[in-house]
Design a protein around this ligand. Sequence first.
Ligand code: GLU
Length: 482
Amino acid sequence: MSKTKQAVRTRFAPSPTGFLHVGAARTALFAWLLARQQNGSFILRIEDTDKKRQIEGAEEHIIKTLRALGLDYDEGPDSDAEHGPYRQSERLDTYQQWAQTLVASGRAYADPYTSEEVADFREQAQAKRQPFLFRNHRPDSPPEWDGSMPLRFKSEPKSYEWHDEVMGDLSTGPEVIDDFVIMKSDGFPTYNFAHIIDDHEMSITHIIRGQEFIASVPNYLNLYEALDLPVPVMATMPPILGPDGKKKLSKRDGAKDLLEYLDDGYLPEALISFIATLGWNDGTTQEIFTTEELIKRFSLAGVGKGGATFDEARLRWVNGHFIRNLSVDEVYEKAKSYLPEEASSKDEQYNKSVIACLQERLKYLSEIPELSMFFYKDLPIDLSLINDHKKLKKYDAEQLISLLKVSRETICDVEVFTAGNITAALNQLLTDTEEKPVVLFSLIRIAITQAPASPALADTIAVLGKDTVSKRIDEQISALKS
Ligand code: GLU
């Protein structure tokens, strides 16, 4: 008879030491995708055992970000599911019990040394050019463990071979195995101990985590054996590198709090697609995925071993793609809160047509105020836009003025003021004036927007309306005259 397959249970286990950055979000996303794909469960566990590094409000911030990204969890600190509590600081009794089991079986001992003594051991090893191993200094008769001293695991050095779903087959020799602290003298467990207990008690089937833990895995394997616990599937994420593809990602490369990206008007689905493709692909060259597609196609086998390059320009491109794919109503709903203050004096139809105009080129929503300002107010005339323009600078004021005059007339003559009719009139004007679009259209664009770039010219003219367009062209003419 075949064994019933164990339900997949993955977890995201952040320490509340700051905001959620792209690396942690990717770990969370992959764990979430696997759980959703396998109809399993995704668990949020707060690893708050290092009180010194903790930051007030970080847990709420992380939860808020996960929710905003759509990474809902089935069990977590605010649920009362059966495997809780889900905050390590609320599970101290559990760690105590497991620690006592190890003490009872002779596999843990109180560490009686002061930090000076340990530093001394370290120096001795260094002087002999040997790696420092705590197990070479095990006390002959350790004191009884009463919680006032750290508790160390008594390791059994040996070689290991294990499989990591991303990094492949790995192996190490006995020299990496050492006696590590499992309980600190403040009554809190170390990560090295607590995560093993929690993953077991929470029936976690897959551990997906960052690079920083891979060197410790042999020691974890030693502890799993001592506790007689099964080892979950392990998957170590490749590092995320800055845009040069060499150095580890830093804040200077644009890596910031994901909530900031969301506030800047990056769409959750775009962020998800972008983050998923940091190191993962489905074997094709597809670069943009809906969340549904990711749930279907994700596999740990598709995660590359090498570092993934974080490129904010690619994120903007991905986000622009998601924005373009929305209907005008959808983009308007998401974008309206980003409109400049001045938009409140306009009606919804006008504001919606502004957004519709911008949609094609928009990379993220907080660009809207800057890109849309000329739809709401007359901007000061900036003659450098003409003087520095590679073609227009060759024209004298008189020529420019006459082009502007005929443009204004042409535009004002359009009866039914639609983008289509305006386009037809402007094309006719190109023929009549024998000018190139780069000259004529740039000139009109500058006059009516005072910006070097704008949405499609006919759309822009249609939204601004005949009166504003003709008034702004007149003002440009006056400025050229003076
Ligand atoms: N608490 C660890 C961290 O935030 C998580 C490690 C893990 O996923 O097991 O780095």
